[in-house]
Design a binder for this molecule. Structure first.
Ligand SMILES: C[S@@+](CC[C@H](N)C(=O)[O-])C[C@H]1O[C@@H](n2cnc3c(N)ncnc32)[C@H](O)[C@@H]1O
Length: 165
């Protein structure tokens, strides 16, 4: 997917983005990671299909250990969250492992760090304490003409800001 599409859909303001940045499920080309790097930002990507480089890490997201209070921004565009959502609604899905990893991802944000993702996950977002996180959602109406949709998308992009550890 084009990196501009991810940035627009997720409502990311590149002037205010916090580093270091992790793109979880960055795709086999890690386009967004290299785009952010070209802008001078400290960005890394994880994907199980990628070739290992300094900034792109070939790993399964369940096996990749996340440091607590470390990341300024985590991005997950149609990747981890998409899989989480599918597993949540699937009979015998792996939703517990996804829920644990989701909490680990939030824990790995540094204070005032932000987590951007699509699609939204209301079944878990509703349990986040408002003392610790601010959850902001936006309807996705247009994804830059990359796909053609005849009906409303009915999905939202989400930004979660950590306000307390
Ligand atoms: C739909 S693609 C989205 C890629 C990218 N975020 C984008 O917006 O173009 C989903 C990505 O998640 C990766 N993925 C799926 N399961 C994974 C896992 N368990 N660990 C690491 N990456 C995974 C896939 O390899 C794929 O590149």
């Amino acid at each position: 997917m084009r990196k501009e599409v991810s940035i627009n859909v997720l409502n990311i303001n590149l002037e205010k983005i916090k580093e270091p940045i992790l793109d979880l499920g960055c795709g086999s080309n890690a386009k967004l990671v290299y785009y952010l790097r070209r802008l001078g930002m400290e960005a890394y990507g994880i994907d199980r299909t990628i070739k290992n480089t300094l900034y792109a890490i070939k790993a399964d997201w369940f096996e990749y250990e996340l440091k607590p209070n470390y990341w300024g921004t985590i991005i997950s565009h149609l990747s981890f969250k998409n899989h989480f959502r599918r597993n949540h609604f699937k009979k015998n899905g792996n939703h517990i492992a996804y829920a644990r990893k989701y909490m680990e991802l939030l824990d790995s944000l540094k204070p005032s760090g932000e987590f951007y993702y699509t699609p939204d996950l209301p079944f878990i977002e509703q349990f986040l304490s408002s003392d610790s996180y601010i959850v902001e959602k936006n309807d996705i109406k247009d994804i830059g003409g990359f796909f053609e949709y005849n009906e409303p998308l009915n999905i939202q992009s989400v930004k979660i800001k950590k306000i307390n550890s």
